[in-house]
Design a protein around this ligand. Structure first.
Ligand SMILES: Cc1cc2nc3c(=O)[nH]c(=O)nc-3n(C[C@H](O)[C@H](O)[C@H](O)COP(=O)(O)O)c2cc1C
Ligand code: SF4
Length: 394
């Protein structure tokens, strides 16, 4: 299985505007059928089927609908969307415009993370050029029945604003706090209008699928996780960077490609993902096994796994929006517990309570942040028992 490194990505072989031009000559329902037939699942992490999402938004009855590109990319260890925005912005805007036609929206918004402000001028100039070429604005490419334009909204540096409902709150000018779901954005999104929120990579693949066809995409990967996926690979590897692999690659194969064969653990899915020990490197990176929005952090044999847990929990204490108690208080207590373990001050009884606390947070937190923030701690305690038990004060 050959890895594609930055510079050789499939996106570089897709001619911009080709998929869009094809979609402009299709019926709305035909576009959704093509995306559904590809069986693509969203590339932002949760893996929701893109065709289903677009279909729900298309079916919603409203004269105002929105397409939002989630370019918040705040998950620690993720940097693939930055590369896509920098190198293939036309594919992302093609995908947004295709989604606009499919669901019946006239407006798209790219929500760009604050740390990517340096990309703003570049992206604005690409948008302006598209307007001059007739691919944004009124009657797209001469099609009287379809007008669509895209604007850019800046984030302010909060990780929680990557969660789609917090992102919408932030775009409306409120604090970035997640909403209760349901209702979902496809139904009640931006200013309560039906809104499709997709990841940067999802839109670029949507444009690629319209260019090359659903079969080209769904013949790669596994039955439940079709297609190619971009990964941001960092940590203790010889060749870190952005890579493309078919979904379903094993962790072992992936480590071989990036020069990380001596790894003792791999954090898949960023700080909120799972820590996989060497004994499980045969597992596959796919939605049905170990899923990820693209962040892969590799830990070499010398790493202290409690330091890893400490680092991630410190991030979540900082980034919790504070709206619900399990997450607001739970992350602080887990972080304190990890520090006690590191100092040799944590008893076995208290360690068990910390594990129960983590499990409670997974089931009782309001949004994905608190539901997944204990993952790293829990998987490290489970898989690195000898390292942890040596630090417990019995
Ligand atoms: C705390 C949190 C942060 C998130 N950050 C991002 C992000 O930066 N980018 C992203 O695409 N999705 C992020 N998501 C997932 C989004 O809520 C949403 O599922 C995604 O944008 C949908 O796009 P997709 O279907 O194309 O994957 C985050 C979710 C949570 C709970
Ligand atoms: S889980 Fe955390 S981030 Fe999500 S709503 Fe609750 S406090 Fe906010």
């Amino acid at each position: 299985m050959k890895a594609k490194h930055q510079g050789e990505l499939t996106f570089g072989t897709i001619e911009p505007f080709t998929g869009l031009k094809r979609a402009l000559n299709m019926k709305r329902s035909e576009i959704i059928v093509e995306i559904s037939a590809s069986r693509m699942r969203g590339r932002g992490g949760a893996g929701f089927p893109t065709g289903t999402k677009w279909n729900l938004a298309a079916a919603a009855i409203s004269d105002k609908k929105f397409v939002v590109c989630n370019a918040d990319e705040g998950e620690p260890g993720t940097f693939k969307d930055r590369v896509i925005l920098q190198e293939f912005p036309d594919l992302v805007f093609d995908g947004m415009t295709i989604a606009g036609k499919a669901i019946g929206a006239r407006r798209g918004i790219l929500y760009l993370r604050a740390e990517y402000t340096y990309l703003l001028a570049h992206l604005e100039s690409v948008l302006q050029k598209r307007r001059e070429q007739g691919f944004l604005g009124n009657t797209i490419d001469g099609h009287d029945d379809f007008s669509f334009d895209i604007s850019i909204r800046m984030g302010s540096g909060a990780y929680i604003c990557g969660e789609e409902t917090a992102l919408i709150e932030s775009m409306e000018g409120f604090r970035g706090e997640p909403r209760n779901r349901p209702p979902y954005p496809v139904d009640t999104g931006f200013y309560n209008n039906p809104t499709v929120v997709n990841n940067v990579e999802t839109f670029a693949w949507a444009a690629s699928i319209l260019t090359k066809g659903a079969d080209w995409f769904n013949q790669v990967g596994t039955d439940k996780s079709t297609g190619f996926k971009l990964f941001s690979i960092s940590g203790d590897v010889d060749r870190p960077g952005v890579y493309e692999f078919p979904l379903g690659i094993t962790v072992e194969e992936l480590l071989k490609e990036v020069g990380g064969v001596n790894a003792k653990a791999v954090q898949i899915g960023g700080a909120s993902g799972h820590c996989i020990p060497a004994s499980q490197f045969q597992r596959t990176v796919a939605f049905e096994d170990v899923s990820t929005g693209g962040s892969i952090i590799v830990f070499g044999p010398h790493r202290d796994m409690l330091e890893v847990a400490d680092n991630f929990l410190d991030f979540f204490v900082e980034e919790s929006c504070g709206q619900c108690t399990p997450c607001r208080v739970g992350n602080v207590k887990l972080l304190e517990g990890v520090k006690m373990l590191r100092d040799g001050n944590c008893s076995m009884t208290y360690l068990k309570e910390l594990i129960q606390l983590g499990e409670t947070m997974q089931t009782s937190s309001k949004c994905g942040l608190g539901q997944s923030s204990p993952n790293a701690f829990l998987s490290i305690v489970e898989h690195f028992k000898s390292e942890i038990m040596g630090r417990v004060n019995f």
